[in-house]
Design a protein. Structure first.
Length: 256
């Protein structure tokens, strides 16, 4: 057995929101390959089913994380299925353009609800179980935008990730006495369908990627597995002295 497939999470139960695609799917599979049972949450049953295909440890739950009562539903489903919660990965997010001067309430409120409020309520609902298991919360942030989003329209998305990072650091302090660690990963531009999911066409996606790569010293997009790797590493018992960090996984974007 190689280290990557060693059963580091044998007996552990993991929740991954937005587990039907992209970084969330790779994260769910990484945990499952290392022995975890994983609940993947998303709004699209077919995407979740694809994540769970050939992975007996992965269970789908169709839910909108921003719906009232979703946090309780997700936590109750995990507890019924697994009897414990060891790791919560807040990964689901949406990107909506909101350039100042043309910020639409619907776009702004959807981003608030999915990207910030949903992780907040989910941590709150999972807390009693995370405390019992000396569990870990991993919040998925963003590296691009930490100094100001380079193109108009993405700044509200970046601001909500910055708010999530503040919660990551604050909760790390507040939950330490309960044995719960809280960390984040901040991906640079990663090869996923996130552009498609925000309604961009192929040309716009190409243009966006070209601009984003200009901010990446390593000069390429990251792969989903390269982010999932660190999400799982941070959740491992061996990382037990690490809390309150938001780890850039960004090809050097933050220092470039
Ligand atoms: N790709 C990048 O370059 C990049 C860079 C920095 C940070 N990130 C972050 O990485 C995370 C994953 O992004 P990704 O690139 O893998 O993009 P993605 O493929 O668009 O993943 C987002 C996932 O969230 C789910 N989702 C969206 N709204 C939801 C809701 N209301 N309830 C439940 N699930 C919902 C989507 O599934 P459904 O639509 O089926 O619900 C989808 O599976 C996000 O937090 C994103 O902000 C990505």
């Amino acid at each position: 057995m190689t280290d990557m497939t060693a059963a580091h999470f044998s007996g552990s139960a993991v929740i991954v929101t937005g587990g039907g695609t992209g970084i969330g799917r790779a994260t769910a599979r990484t945990f499952a390959e290392q022995g975890a049972q994983v609940l993947v949450v998303g709004r699209t049953a077919a995407r979740l089913a694809e994540t769970a295909a050939d992975a007996p440890g992965i269970r789908p739950l169709v839910a909108d994380v921003s719906a009232p009562g979703a946090a309780e539903l997700i936590v109750n489903t995990a507890m019924e299925a697994f009897g414990r919660i060891d790791v919560l990965v807040n990964n689901a997010a949406v990107v909506r353009q909101a350039p100042v001067g043309d910020i639409r309430r619907e776009a702004a409120e959807e981003m608030f609800a999915v990207n910030l409020l949903a992780p907040m309520y989910l941590v709150q609902a999972a807390l009693p179980h995370l405390s019992e298991s000396a569990g870990v919360v991993i919040n998925v942030s963003t590296a691009i935008g930490q100094r100001g989003w380079p193109m108009p329209g993405g700044e509200l998305y970046a601001a909500l990730k910055a708010a999530l990072d503040t919660l990551t650091r604050s909760w790390a302090v507040q939950l330490a006495p309960r044995g719960v660690r809280v960390a984040g990963v901040a991906p640079g531009p990663i090869a996923t369908a996130i552009g498609q999911h925000q309604g961009l066409d192929a040309e716009q996606i190409d243009a966006l990627r070209t601009t984003l790569i200009e901010h990446v010293p390593l000069g390429r997009l990251g792969q989903v597995e390269e982010v999932a790797f660190w999400i799982a590493q941070l959740a491992r018992r061996e990382a037990g002295y690490t809390t309150g960090v938001v780890l850039p996984v960004d090809g050097g974007a933050l220092v470039g």
